[in-house]
Design a protein. Sequence first.
Length: 241
Amino acid sequence: MSPASSLIEAEGPRRERERRCIVSGEHDSGANLIRFALSPDGVVTPDVAAKLPGRGAWVRADRAIIEQAAKKGAFARAFKAQAQVPDGLADMVEALLSRRCLDQLGMAQRAGALAVGATKVGAAIRSNPAFLLIEATDGAEEGREKLMSLHIGLWGRPPAAVGCFSSSDLGVALGRERVIHACLLQERLASVWAAEIGRLSGFRPTVPDSWPTPWRSIGLGLGGADAGPSTDQSRGGQNDV
């Protein structure tokens, strides 16, 4: 396994002990929640990698619920201290999750686990069903339809697909001017990435409404509970709430 591949897996979701959302009170895996820490000067800080020291508070990965936590004083109650909530906290979380997803694609490329470009993606689909197809939001419909039709013709179903990044965003992450089509080639890395996309889906649509319904109805089928064997290793501080 390459160093880049190992790093993705090390940062990926695990089957952790459940955490409690400070807004709803519901318990869930940390893979479906966002951890927040309190900075030394009392500012609520998103900790999407769940690695910052100190006490942590967990909120479901959903824009509306994070905004509710900010408005209702949930962070101060959870930290049992004064907590300054920065303006646009949910936007900050979305930006951090987006960057995390794009960074993981870059690591997957360095690990040789990502096909980039219509030719290489098409070749990958001819070899095996796609673990996860990535399409730029501003890509031409014709090119996307060709790859989808190829997959359906060979494997009898559309592939799991994501379309929530622009071609320029994908290009920056992958060291190119623009990227329209990409495909993850390793199931384990696709699982890790799908879990992060699942969290991002609480902040933006990850599949455009303009895509045909059969394409949008295919779940990722990866990540979360499918991400790997249980480790019972929890990230974040021991006093998380």
